[in-house]
Every structure is written in C-alpha cells, then in structure tokens.
Design a protein around this ligand. Structure first.
Ligand SMILES: [Zn+2]
Length: 159
C-alpha cells in the first residue's frame, strides 16, 4: 500500500508512538535555550535518537518516562497488578536497549545524560533537576559526578 502520509503527518504519528515532544522535553528545551545553549532534537544519526543533542558539548540527553524506562525506586514506575509479567518484560527490554544505546554513544565520544519525568513534574523539582543539568553540561566529563544526588536525575554509567 502506498504511503500517503506527508512527512509532517508521519512526524506527528511517530511523535505520538515514541512519546516525542512531551511536556518534560519542552521544559528542558526551553530551559537550555534560555541559558544560551544551542541543540538539535531527535537526532536520528545517533544511536537511540537522543531527545536533545548539544553538539558543542558532545552531550546527548534522554528524557525518560518513569514507567516505560523502569525508573528504579520511583513511585511512578509501579507495574499494573494485572499482566505484570508482560509489563515487566517490556520494561526490561526498554532498559536493556537504553543501556546499549548509552554504551554505543559513549564509544563514539558522547556524554549521556538521562533525565527522568518525575524530576520535571513540578516547579520545585524541575528547577533542581535543570540546575543540575546545566552544571553537568558545563563540567568537563572527567570531573563530572557519576551519579547526582538530586532526585530524578541520574547518569546511567560512570564516566
Ligand atoms: Zn521517576
């Protein structure tokens, strides 16, 4: 069957499926822009199509939904009580892919930052998450902390 979607329609369709251009993503983009940082979004040339890429800082940012990406110890990642094996399997696969993508990006010289939706839920936590993000971007990778103490903010692997 012929593909009758325009590229704009296709983009919107993919956005709906993959959860692109979500509210937390918009919050992060606005913040980065307001702080004078320039970035690309959804760069398909890189493994895992990072949500935000800062070429100047060789940094790729993923903004993850807590449920789908299995945010450990997070109140928003609880499995539904029915079909929990099914959901667990799905989420395990997502987590394995996230890890693989992070390793591939690191091998290519990119720093990977993962932000969680719960860290961008309200004004207070967002502010803390975004300030940590900004500090991390401006810190050379070798001296950046592997794991931040700010809730909702982690980097998946030590640098
Ligand atoms: Zn979370």
């Amino acid at each position: 069957m012929a593909d009758k979607l325009t590229s704009e329609q296709r983009h919107r369709c993919m956005a709906a499926i993959k959860g692109k251009n979500t509210r937390p993503e918009i919050i992060v983009r606005k913040f980065l822009f307001a702080n004078g940082l320039r970035f690309r979004i959804h760069d398909r040339r890189l493994p895992g199509t990072p949500d935000i890429v800062l070429p100047k800082y060789h940094t790729a940012i993923f903004i993850n939904g807590c449920f789908w990406h299995g945010h450990e110890g997070c109140q928003f990642s609880h499995l539904p009580s029915t079909n929990s094996t099914f959901w667990q399997r799905k989420i395990d696969l997502n987590k394995a892919r996230d890890m693989r993508v992070a390793v591939e990006l690191r091998l290519r010289g990119w720093r990977v930052i993962r932000l969680w939706e719960c860290g961008l839920k309200n004004k207070e936590t967002s502010e803390a998450t975004l300030q940590t993000l900004l500090r991390t971007i401006h810190t050379p990778p070798s001296s950046a902390p592997a794991i931040s103490t700010t809730p909702g903010y982690t980097t998946p692997l030590p640098h």
